[in-house]
Design a protein around this ligand. Structure first.
Ligand SMILES: C[S@@+](CC[C@H](N)C(=O)[O-])C[C@H]1O[C@@H](n2cnc3c(N)ncnc32)[C@H](O)[C@@H]1O
Length: 447
């Protein structure tokens, strides 16, 4: 993803009197002028087109690690505090900041919003989101039904059709029934789509209660703009909010940065948001920001893309592990010892939590507790642990293989799927990555 882009050379462009391939377009030039005249210091970067990534940020000269590449005055940001209280107070107090910002962008006073008009014209279209964001994908691929229905009995997803989204995205499996869970816990990078659906549905009901004429396309567009383009933000003197997702704001110009697995050097105070380079860049390189250490399933669901090579990639075995560790006693042992759930597998193998869970599948509970708490080895059998771990990982690989075949068949035979070929092929690519990840991970477990 970090390949060098086309060379930037203004002299060259002028001599040719034509726009270079990376030229972002008139609306982006107009927005850049607005940004600069409002105090945005773009230093040594410019918006540019990068094939497959839309707009991104390109170095206009050599940038050294540690150099500031972008400074944005915070007064230009769109945050909860930019919204007049007359607007905010119409909504329930528990409304998420993301929902409030989306409501404001949809229904705020036109004159107030005109401040950001050129910025808004630089954003992707709703069609771009319909193409890239699984939350808007058709039900035939596993997407939800929209707009949300008031009927609580209506399934948001058609459970009679095979699920083509990866389990971390959909929470669904084609080849196995998930094990029972006696405890509710915070899922890392799992069940992402159902959680998004819940948030967007609540946001929608909150907004239509005040503005019944709200158009679904416009509101969901703004909700996704905030979802894919906001940065961490808490105001001066404010405590971090109870829900970390509420610490968000839109930062003009900075939302041109695409994501890569680079280090992050970003700071803000009440005056400005500053983005620094974490490596050297040559003129013409794309300059990236790290959105966070996200597995590819999270990148796909939250941002509508994923990386070919991602050090942070992983899948989760929770639904598989709990098939084996299903008794209330086993589940209580895991819970009390803080090993309940989030069993991660990376291409480098299963995580330590998963190894600990594997021991509980055959050890006497007392031996397991002594092992976990005191490091005792009575009852520990490395071979049995390895067989269990391999079986769990291969159950995931079997799911991947079955879904790949189902997807290939659907792409060949199902005209509704054929109408969404690119999306189906994106899913196929992701499932192939998952299959490879599981195969590599299982090879790290020697039996
Ligand atoms: C903050 S915006 C970045 C600017 C965006 N590319 C644009 O055209 O406006 C985030 C979006 O950029 C795209 N994106 C970011 N990093 C990417 C990458 N490494 N590869 C492909 N698309 C990427 C995704 O569509 C994501 O939702």
């Amino acid at each position: 993803m970090q390949s060098r882009c086309l060379k930037f050379s203004e002299k060259h462009i002028h001599s040719l009197k034509m726009k270079p391939e990376w030229w972002p377009g008139k609306e982006h030039e107009a927005f850049t002028e607005w940004a600069v005249s409002n105090g945005v210091d773009t230093n040594n970067v410019t918006p540019a087109r990068f094939p497959g990534r839309g707009l991104g940020m390109m170095a206009t000269q050599k940038i050294n690690k540690g150099d500031a590449v972008l400074r944005v005055p915070t007064k230009l940001m769109i945050i909860a505090d930019s919204i007049p209280t007359t607007f905010t107070k119409q909504f329930p107090e528990d409304m998420a900041v993301q929902a409030l910002l989306a409501a404001y962008l949809t229904h705020g006073d036109a004159e107030d919003l005109s401040t950001w008009e050129l910025w808004r014209k630089s954003w992707p279209s709703r069609q771009d989101f319909a193409d890239s964001m699984p939350i808007l994908w058709p039900t035939v691929l596993g997407g939800p039904k929209w707009p949300p229905s008031n009927d609580k009995n209506e399934d948001v997803v058609d459970l009679n059709k095979p699920g083509f989204f990866p389990p971390s995205v959909s929470g669904r499996w084609n080849t196995l029934n998930p094990g029972p869970k006696t405890r509710k816990y915070e899922l890392d990078h799992q069940n992402i789509l159902p959680k998004q659906v819940q948030l967007l549905s609540k946001a929608w009901f909150d907004v239509v209660a005040v503005y019944p004429e709200t158009e679904w396309d416009a509101f969901s567009y703004h909700w996704l703009i905030v979802n894919t383009r906001s940065f961490y933000w808490i105001g001066l003197g404010q405590e971090p909010p109870e829900d970390p997702n509420d610490a968000m704001g839109l930062v003009p110009f900075a939302d041109y940065f695409n994501h890569a697995d680079v280090a992050r050097d970003v700071k803000f105070d009440e005056n400005e948001y500053v983005f620094c380079a974490t490596k050297d860049y040559e003129e013409g390189d794309e300059v990236y920001m790290n959105y966070g250490s996200h597995p590819n399933d999270t990148l796909l669901a939250e941002y509508g893309f994923f990386l070919d090579v991602n050090e942070a990639d992983s899948v989760y075995l929770d639904d598989i592990v709990f098939r084996d560790l299903h008794t209330p006693e086993q589940q209580e042992d895991l819970w009390l010892n803080q090993y309940y759930g989030n069993y991660q597998v990376t291409p480098h193998g299963p995580c330590y939590r998963t190894e600990v869970a594997a021991c509980l599948s055959y050890m006497k509970e007392e031996d397991w507790r002594n092992h976990v708490l005191e490091g005792m080895t009575k009852g520990l059998d490395e071979d049995r642990s390895e067989v269990t771990l391999k079986r769990w990982i291969l159950a995931y690989a079997t799911e991947a293989q079955a879904t790949i075949i189902a997807l290939q068949t659907a792409i060949e035979n199902d005209t509704t799927v054929q109408a969404h070929r690119q999306k189906a092929e994106t899913l196929l690519r992701r499932w192939e990555q998952i299959r490879n990840l599981c195969e590599n991970a299982s090879k790290t477990v020697s039996t």
